[in-house]
Design a protein. Structure first.
Length: 357
């Protein structure tokens, strides 16, 4: 009996040990599967994170290629500038002659007014394609300062129509109330051009001041070395969007003033010719259509400028701090360029050296 009992106990113990070993083996197997799964998930997540970082940060080769493309494009534009200047003067001279001929023809046949309207629209397009301080202001400001597409388009359209309104108002007042001659009208328009360049200079000063102020605020915010998401509960630096959000309406108003306060020379010419032939209302319509053509072209230039800036900023800035610093530095450079251009145009205008600008 004792032997049988011992055999039964040994069998039970062997079964229990076997069951325990099997349980431990299963537990170990499950644990291994869990670790394998966790390791695979971590590897997958790391791979995804690495893939995301690679796509977000372009290679240095890509950045250098993009930068070279823009530098070469600017150099080519600089080389072609004299040719563009001469061609622009020739186009405007030819169209001015055709506009005056159509005004004389409209005295005999009013249907010539339709040709005058179409040619006025084309004049606005060609005039705004040529060199001019308005394009300098738009491209320099939009390329170096934060600007939304909608606000930029509104700015360019309003500037073009303000130019037409200023030309119509100036010529109308001088002709009706002062019986001014053509020379007197041109002298008055020349004075408005000086005001335009002064406004351009003022815009550059404001941009420089705001850039230096933002740089100082960024410097004071970087008192310690850890990053923007260190977990200490507060933010250490403002990102580019927050800094760029400070763009005020005052700058847009100055831009509209600096571009629009200068009356369009073509609009003044057509208004004077229209007054001579007794069809002043037709001159007003022509000036407004010129503004439509100018607004169309300057809006296209603004969109191209914003698109180019977006491409460059995407390939040159790799993180939030770089984007913030790049935004401030580029804005400062833009303000300096506006000041230099304003001084250059004022001095050149005083000596009669920039009739096209």
């Amino acid at each position: 009996m004792k032997s049988a009992y011992n055999s039964t106990s040994e069998a039970d113990n062997a079964s229990l040990v076997s069951s325990s070993c099997c349980h431990q083996h299963d537990h170990h197997h499950d644990t291994c599967q869990h670790h394998s799964k966790v390791h695979a998930d971590d590897h997958h997540t790391t791979g995804e994170h690495h893939h995301t970082d690679t796509s977000a940060a372009p290679s240095w080769v890509t950045r250098i290629v993009v930068l070279l493309v823009f530098i070469l494009s600017g150099y080519y534009l600089w080389q072609q500038w004299p040719t563009m200047l001469i061609a622009s003067i020739k186009w405007q001279r030819d169209i001015n002659g055709q506009l005056s001929d159509l005004l004389y023809d409209a005295q005999q046949n009013i249907t010539a007014a339709y040709s005058l309207a179409g040619l006025s629209f084309l004049y606005g397009i060609f005039h705004s394609l040529g060199p001019g301080h308005g394009k300098m202001i738009v491209t320099t400001y939009l390329a170096t300062n934060p600007a939304k597409i909608k606000a930029s388009l509104i700015m360019t359209v309003v500037s073009a129509f303000v130019q037409a309104v200023v030309a119509i108002t100036l010529v109308s007042i001088l002709l009706v109330f002062f019986k001014a001659s053509m020379r007197q009208v041109n002298d008055a328009a020349d004075q408005f051009i000086s005001y335009s360049f002064m406004a351009m200079l003022l815009l550059g000063v404001i941009v420089i001041y705001r850039s230096l102020k933002q740089a100082w605020q960024l410097k004071t915010a970087h008192q310690h070395e850890h990053g923007s998401e260190c977990g200490c509960g507060h933010k250490h630096f403002a990102n580019a969007d927050e800094i760029n959000r400070a763009t005020s309406l005052r700058e847009y108003i100055i831009i509209v003033f600096s571009i629009g306060i200068r009356p369009c020379t073509g609009a003044i010419l057509v208004l004077l010719f229209a007054n001579m032939v007794g069809l002043y209302w037709l001159g007003v319509v022509s000036a407004i259509l010129m503004a439509v053509g100018t607004a169309l072209t300057t809006s296209a230039i603004a969109l191209l400028t914003l698109s180019g800036k977006k491409i460059v900023s995407h390939y040159l800035a790799t993180n939030e701090r770089q984007r913030t610093m790049t935004s401030i530095i580029v804005k400062l450079i833009g303000g300096i360029l506006l000041v230099l251009l304003g001084l250059l145009l004022l001095n050149g205008h005083s000596y009669g050296m920039s009739p096209v600008l």
